[in-house]
Write a protein that binds this ligand. Structure first.
Ligand code: MG
Length: 266
């Protein structure tokens, strides 16, 4: 009888795992990432080890030459841009010194800077509210999209497990972070991003983009080569674009919060 109960329990667990689907834990039918041995969103790729965050960097004052993109009150430096290329006034919710993603139409509108940037240093802070309960990529998904296309992933990755190249601080679909510095939901994170834009000669890529990312004070990408624009389930090749493009915060349909956003041109 006990054996039967255990078998039934195991079967239900397997069914649950199967129902979880590839979109939560990754895929096995995607192409190999250019220059790597892993597949895009590879479900067998090891997850980086966890490191408890150090001190948040938000207590440091903004550098004197930083351009303040969000001071806790005004979205005057921002506008909305839809996947279809329409523009609208910035309309995410500003309260208590942060801006929270509001997406009534779900994953349609990103909030992008009105100004454009190439090589830059970006500081921002983000938080997944404690009420967010999705799994995998539905666990408080957003992203910092450099030049509106090279994504540093934002996601709850303290408890929530997803494919390694899609967890918090991953260069989405390309490189997992070196370590996982995610705090619990409801706690603020900081990103300090040092970005070198790609160089093009006409349509030809001359030099790829590189990025260094510090998550909660810990190095998670060290002058990492970006392989192309972030993409789901595929390798996206570089496509020539202007030397400066807007910084974009990704709407993935979840109420992620941002605060204290500044940028320095390099
Ligand atoms: Mg994202």
């Amino acid at each position: 009888m006990a054996r039967l109960a255990i078998s039934l329990l195991l079967i239900s667990l397997l069914v649950l795992l199967a129902q979880a689907g590839d979109s939560v834990l990754g895929y096995t039918d995607t192409p190999t990432i250019t220059g790597q041995t892993w597949k895009v969103h590879d479900s067998t790729r090891p997850h980086p080890r966890k490191v408890a965050p150090g001190r948040l960097l938000s207590s440091l004052p903004d550098p004197a030459d930083a351009e303040i993109l969000f001071d806790g009150h005004s979205l005057s430096k921002w506008q909305m841009k839809s996947r279809a290329g329409e523009f609208a006034a910035a309309n995410w919710k500003v309260e208590n010194g942060y801006v929270e993603i509001v997406s009534p139409q779900g994953m349609r509108w990103n909030m992008i800077t009105k100004d454009k940037y190439g090589d830059c240093q970006v500081h921002l802070e983000w938080m997944i509210p404690a009420e967010v309960n999705g799994r995998g990529q539905a666990g408080g998904n957003s992203g910092v999209e450099l030049m509106s296309r090279y994504e540093v992933q934002v996601l709850e990755s303290y408890e929530n497990v997803t494919y390694a190249d899609g967890q918090a601080a991953a260069l989405y679909g390309q490189h997992p972070p070196l370590v996982n510095v995610s705090p619990k939901k409801g706690e603020w994170n900081s990103y300090d991003i040092y970005f070198t834009a790609p160089r093009f000669d006409g349509d030809k890529l001359v030099k790829p983009a590189y990025v260094t990312v510090v998550h909660n004070g810990v190095l998670v990408h060290h002058h990492q080569e970006i392989l192309g624009p972030a993409a789901h389930r595929r390798n996206a090749p570089y496509k020539a674009h202007a030397p400066e493009e807007p910084l974009s915060l990704q709407d993935h349909g979840h109420p992620v919060r941002y605060r204290n956003i500044w940028i320095r041109r390099l």
